[in-house]
Design a protein. Sequence first.
Length: 134
Amino acid sequence: MSGEMSGAQSPQIHIAPWISVSNAAEAVAFYTAAFRAVELYRLEHEVGEIAVAQLAMGEADFWVQQDPESSPASGVAGSVRMIVSVSDPDSMFASALAAGASEIAPVSEGYGWRIGRLVDPFGHHWEIGRRLSE
């Protein structure tokens, strides 16, 4: 069998990353400024204190959860690396740096990509790029 479901239509599957941060309100503010993300959903513990939020960049969505134990010092943060494919990686990379990210590798070309890598204020690594063949 080739992995296809016999006689049945394959279900639609969507995977969305879920990242933990020490301060979800600050993270949502950063991701909206750095990556032009749009907030789709928010669940608050108290007014202004985000427990979890769903964000989207175009059709790609991800979740941010407040977890006080998640910080670069705890060794918990940074366990997820996000790869964002955009038509203009230089612009998004610059926006992320202006919003408070730190550069790990500048945007450059190699291995068929124009891509750069940065770390956000919460310890998560982001690669921002596009395939050169596109």
